[in-house]
Design a protein around this ligand. Structure first.
Ligand code: GLU
Length: 263
């Protein structure tokens, strides 16, 4: 059975959604998209899947809510914006998921939690208990307390660690591009989409604008790093365009969507 086919039978999934998918360019929330995301994820739960959502957006939403002109560069201000935005994000998620009968839970993590055996075990137990209760855990980095020494840095990495922690079978990273391309799509709009990656090699990292390359492709490298963490744990990663959350149906119907990084 190929890996796309296998996706038809997975039970536990982690879905990661980034700030660019959740907000408009002016920083305001894309309510239509968040609503659709909540609806599709609830429907996947109805199908019998266990869903964990890793959501960014705290800083972006906080910036909008505080009326700041742009994302602050000072750590303390970023942390303050995240504390404001996380609240708003969870308020919305809670409201939208509850419309479909689902309970959500907020889980905020810092890297030092996962580096400590006991704390890691504690949070794993919390995840497993929430999933058993039918709750949708919504995870973000605890930006309000997270400074450089203890941060994951990006939610792509965080989502892969959460997938590993919870023994998920698939990780879907929803982003603003339809997957990994054979060339930088910003430079060549006709660049071919790579549908399947069996092994994450240096060449693949280079395509994503890895170290030493000047062809940055808008955050693809952190997605590849995340896929590498997931791959080692036997988890498939799919990177795809999150502008229409219904794409998740196609993925779990085994259709050829985005780029799949095989476990
Ligand atoms: N934790 C950050 C936030 O919620 C986002 C980090 C990321 O986008 O990777 O704003």
């Amino acid at each position: 059975m190929n890996s796309r086919e296998k996706l038809k039978n997975v039970k536990r999934i982690v879905v990661k959604v980034g700030t660019s998918t959740l907000t408009y360019e002016n920083g305001k929330l894309n309510l239509n998209r968040i609503e659709k995301l909540a609806r599709v994820l609830s429907d996947l739960k109805n199908r019998g899947l266990e869903v964990i959502l890793v959501s960014s957006g705290a800083i972006g939403v906080g910036v909008g809510k505080l009326g700041l002109k742009k994302k602050p560069s000072i750590t303390m201000e970023k942390q303050a914006a995240a504390a404001v935005g996380q609240c708003e994000l969870m308020y919305l998620y809670d409201k939208m998921f509850s419309e479909y009968g689902y309970v959500t839970a907020q889980v905020l993590l810092t890297k030092d939690v996962l580096d400590n055996v006991e704390r890691k075990r504690n949070v794993t137990n919390t995840f497993i208990t929430l999933i058993k209760m039918g709750v949708i855990p919504i995870v973000n980095e605890n930006d309000a307390v997270s400074v450089e020494q203890i941060e994951f840095g990006d939610n792509d990495t965080l989502s892969a660690l959460v997938a590993t922690l919870t023994d998920a079978e698939a990780l879907v990273i929803l982003t603003d591009i339809d997957g990994l391309h054979a060339e930088n799509p910003k430079e060549n709009p006709d660049a071919e989409l790579i549908s399947e990656v069996d092994k994450i090699t240096d060449e693949i990292k280079e395509l994503a604008g890895g170290a030493g390359s000047s062809r940055g492709t808008g955050g693809m490298i952190t997605k590849i790093m995340a896929a590498e963490i997931a791959e080692k744990a036997g988890i498939h990663t799919i990177v795809c365009d999150g502008s229409d959350p219904k794409i998740l149906y196609k993925i779990f119907d085994g259709k050829e969507i985005g780029t799949i990084f095989n476990a």
